[in-house]
Design a protein around this ligand. Structure first.
Ligand code: SF4
Length: 187
């Protein structure tokens, strides 16, 4: 199985989720949000293809990383490959974050036709969902670009059958803390 990436894996990120993280930049995004910071990742023919097994090997060799973050591009255009990689991340005792332009509700609906979407969702601890909206952009936001985007505890949301906002350590210090109604897991 192959996955199309925009770049090599990026180690030691502290801005793409809690802790120290490795980022997998997937290639391909159909959302075209005005003001997107990564327009070079939109082209579905861009970037390069790599064997998923090669990515698994790299995951295996990671040291001192809290977790792996899928970003892009939108990883949900390649759910099969991402699900396999995310499963391997958990096997190696790291957590999984994922950024997507789709909303959680859209993904649930899409998963009825494409079970791979649910396979991938089942392997995600924290999902940052929704389009980047320039009018809602703020530099005060942690781990997300615009205030419409939600930081979702996926496991709890699937279990409770409703969106549960994750209260990760750094997000709790977020200036928008008051808008969260419910506490989720710390990861
Ligand atoms: S979903 Fe993300 S990568 Fe895609 S256009 Fe929007 S901001 Fe850019």
């Amino acid at each position: 199985m192959k996955i199309r990436l925009a770049s090599d894996l990026q180690l030691d990120s502290v801005v793409d989720g809690t802790g120290i993280r490795t980022v997998i930049w997937t290639q391909g995004c159909g959302h075209h949000c005005p003001g997107c910071h990564n327009p070079q990742t939109h082209d579905f023919e861009g970037g390069f293809e790599v064997d998923v097994d090669e990515v698994l090997e790299e995951i295996e060799g990671l040291e001192s990383q809290t977790g792996v973050t899928f970003s892009g591009g939108d990883p949900f255009y390649q759910p099969e490959a991402c699900a396999v990689i995310a499963k391997h991340v958990h096997k190696n005792k790291m957590n999984v974050w994922c950024y997507t332009g789709f909303t959680y509700e859209e993904l649930l609906s899409m998963s009825k036709k494409n079970p791979a979407i649910m396979d991938f969702l089942n392997q995600i601890d924290i999902l940052v969902d929704g389009l980047f909206i320039m009018a809602k952009h703020s530099y005060n936001l942690k781990f997300r670009g615009s205030s419409n985007q939600r930081i979702i505890d996926v496991k709890k949301s699937l279990k409770d059958k409703k969106v549960v906002i994750a209260m990760v350590d750094d997000v709790e210090a977020d200036s928008n803390r008051g808008r969260y109604e419910k506490k989720g897991l710390y990861v």
